[in-house]
Write a protein that binds this ligand. Structure first.
Ligand code: 99T
Length: 202
């Protein structure tokens, strides 16, 4: 299988962690696929009309996107390891959506700073996006610690990849402040070999 990839993308990182944790790394060839809304990657657009990565081309030629679909596919292929059954499944999916939402807000902040000319940038928009991250971190810290402390699942992976991306692109914003339990969980989770092997670069 071919994975359209960038070492800076937290969405791609979710897929990479899934591949590491389920022993499927050797089944995938990585193909650089970076692009932005201003400079779309033509090869990626052929596979995913939205021009976004990750996109996973399967052996039969069909391409899967986005990261949630790819992770669900890879998990099923591995025999169902990182999406539990029962009630915990819905919690895991909600936690994954929370991690992805943090990524979405952080990526909009990145694009505002990198793609928009300085005179057109809107500080209130960036602050509004960071407000979503603060609010999500606060809820993770107060309501989700018991789930985060449980057996490995894709919700935890998404949250860890999201927090790492906030550090990577917006390190001057201190999401740890007032979120001691979340910060301690993240510090420990980041030590997993799959997380260490996929730290963002770019
Ligand atoms: O928006 C574009 O045109 C290109 N952007 C992307 O491909 C980003 C790369 S993160 N990926 C997504 O937005 C995927 C979102 C989707 N919902 C999913 O797969 O879950 C690049 C980060 C960086 O370089 O800072």
């Amino acid at each position: 299988m071919k994975l359209a990839y960038s070492p800076a993308s937290p969405y791609v990182r979710k897929v990479m962690v899934m591949l590491h944790e389920t022993g499927q790394l050797d089944d995938v060839v990585l193909v650089e696929g970076s692009g932005t809304p201003l400079t779309p990657n033509a090869e990626v657009v052929q596979k995913n009309p939205l021009g976004k990565i990750p996109a996973l081309e399967r052996p039969d030629g069909a391409t899967l996107y986005d990261s949630r679909v790819i992770c669900a596919f890879l998990d099923a292929r591995a025999g169902g390891k990182l999406y539990p059954s029962g009630n915990r499944r819905w919690e895991t999916l909600t936690l994954e959506a929370t991690g992805d939402g943090i990524m979405d807000a952080a990526l909009l902040m990145t694009y505002e700073g990198r793609l928009r000319p300085e005179e057109l940038r809107m500080a209130a928009f960036v602050d509004g996006q960071y407000g979503k991250i603060e609010s999500a971190c606060n809820v993770l810290n107060t309501r989700w610690m018991s789930h985060l402390a449980g057996p490995l699942d894709m919700g935890q992976v998404a949250v860890a990849c999201a927090l790492a991306y906030v550090d990577f692109r917006h390190g001057h914003r201190d999401w740890r402040k007032g979120n001691d339990a979340l910060a301690a969980w993240y510090a420990e989770f980041s030590q997993r070999p799959a997380m260490q092997a996929t730290a963002p670069v770019g």
